[in-house]
Design a protein around this ligand. Structure first.
Ligand code: ADP
Ligand code: MG
Length: 235
């Protein structure tokens, strides 16, 4: 307001506007600036590895992936309903891209989002536990409306690590949303969580109310590099 009041006052005088109109304009400007700042802070806080959105996602790449369903999730009601989302498929098919785009959409709706790779989440949980800060860290995660856990399955965890991750997932059950991406079909999750019992209990909670998208297909990265090398040869 302090940056703009003089200019707006001059504009109002020129346009012969009254004080209420002037005040309204000035307030609107302040509100818009504050909400833009808040959004910027939410996006920063989310810790996305890259900022990718739906506009750069080519939905024709995976024929069986439903664009309307993904865009419906982008509206965020699933987060109010505390349901989950899983994107499962081989590398390079855009799971991280869509996870970030869904996270950004949630940020724009004023929701608190945190993005972790599974490996870094587990490391941070273990470190917090060692430093007697686990409750604090869990409390922090608890405040997020959407927790994104990317790349589950690339690395397996120690028993403690798996148990900590289980605890995070189980804590959110029916209370807050999780978005998990994985290269492993659910039948192979035992490799990550070591032990059939824990895996079964976890999958039971995660998939109970869950939007599951199967994202197997040709790697987009690979396809793009083949295209690029063909172009190069054509020159
Ligand atoms: P994944 O997480 O499934 O391994 P990524 O989301 O990291 O895949 O995608 C790999 C790269 O390819 C990224 O740069 C991503 O933006 C791009 N990409 C993947 N699928 C698509 C798509 N359908 N349209 C546009 N870009 C895509
Ligand atoms: Mg990825």
């Amino acid at each position: 307001m302090s940056a703009e009041y003089a200019k707006l006052a001059r504009d109002a005088a020129t346009a012969n506007e009254g004080y209420p109109e002037y005040l309204l304009r000035l307030t609107e400007l302040e509100v818009a600036a504050r909400s833009a700042n808040a959004l910027r802070a939410r996006i920063k806080q989310a810790g996305f590895p890259v900022l990718k959105d739906f506009d750069t996602y080519d939905f024709s790449a995976l024929a069986h992936l439903s664009k309307p369903k993904i865009l419906e999730l982008a509206r965020g009601e699933w987060i109010d309903q505390h349901t989950n989302c899983c994107l499962v498929g081989n590398p390079g098919t855009g799971k991280t891209h869509l996870a970030v785009a869904l996270g950004l959409a949630a940020c724009r709706q004023g929701r608190r989002v945190r993005f972790f790779t599974a490996a870094s989440l587990v490391t941070q949980l273990e470190e917090a536990q060692k430093a007697y800060q686990l409750d604090r860290f869990l409390g922090h995660l608890d405040k997020t409306d959407l927790l994104i856990c990317d790349e589950l399955g690339y690395l397996s965890f120690s028993r403690t690590g798996a148990e900590l991750l289980f605890q995070v997932f189980a804590d959110r059950y029916e209370r807050a949303s999780l978005l998990v991406t994985s290269n492993l079909p659910f039948s192979d999750w035992g490799q990550v969580f070591q032990g059939e019992r824990m895996t079964a209990a976890l999958l039971d909670r995660l998939t109970h109310r869950c939007h599951i998208f199967e994202m197997n297909g040709e790697s987009y990265r690979f396809r793009e590099s083949v295209k690029a090398s063909k172009k190069e040869k054509g020159k």
